[in-house]
Write a protein that binds this ligand. Structure first.
Ligand code: PCA
Length: 204
């Protein structure tokens, strides 16, 4: 059976919830199209530790797709079309590190793009009744930092998940409090299942 690695993050910045990690954990063991097994990881909000765990899981599960998710104050689900190789953390990560004005990976490209069609996937989420649109800015915090590492790894043509890795930002849930916009957890869950189903649809 093929596999798909799905990651989400733990809560951070004083929040007690993070829908990305909760939904990743809930989808662990789900089978898509009767032939693709989801392996999930809930990652610490600290890029180095999160990336080490991901590399270990990629070696173990050899996924054909890697979908990473995180929460951001957005009104819609946003498949991210690119990572910018630049960090400018506005708050410390969960290990207390603040990376200001520095590259994520020194001495390499400034921009990494996904090979996945973010417009198609957004349309698939909307077809399930959930608001979605592509984004070209994953921020300058841990999610973008992590996405730079992910796209750099999977830009190698020989990688099993070459051009099949993606980062998705999801909105906050109402239980997190603070300012809207929010989307209910069940809606984000449904939207991500629609995305994963469309991403892995068999072409034969
Ligand atoms: N969102 C943060 C990091 C972890 C998460 O869920 C971000 O957008 O960078």
């Amino acid at each position: 059976m093929d596999s798909l690695l799905l990651t989400g993050f733990e809560p951070f910045g004083g929040d007690s919830r993070n829908p990305s990690g909760e939904i990743a954990a809930a989808l662990d063991g789900t089978v898509l199209h009767g032939r693709i097994l989801i392996h999930s990881l809930v990652l610490p909000v600290a890029t180095h530790a999160a990336w080490q765990l991901t590399v270990t899981a990629v070696r173990r599960f050899k996924p054909r797709w890697i979908v990473a998710t995180g929460v951001a104050p957005r009104a819609t689900i946003n498949p991210e079309s690119q990572a910018v190789n630049w960090c400018d953390y506005r708050i410390p990560d969960n290990s207390g590190i603040v990376r200001r004005d520095q590259p994520s990976v020194p001495g390499t490209r400034r921009i990494y793009r996904t090979g996945v069609d973010t417009s198609n996937l957004s349309a698939a989420i909307r077809a399930a009744g959930i608001p979605a649109e592509p984004s070209d800015d994953a921020g300058r915090f841990v999610c973008n930092d992590f996405y730079t590492h992910l796209l750099r790894l999977t830009s190698r043509p020989t990688h099993r998940a070459s051009r099949r890795s993606l980062f998705v930002h999801v909105p906050k849930i109402p239980e997190m409090g603070g300012n809207p916009p929010f989307l209910p957890l069940a809606d984000i869950h449904r939207g991500l299942v629609a995305l994963l189903t469309a991403l892995t649809v068999p072409h034969d």
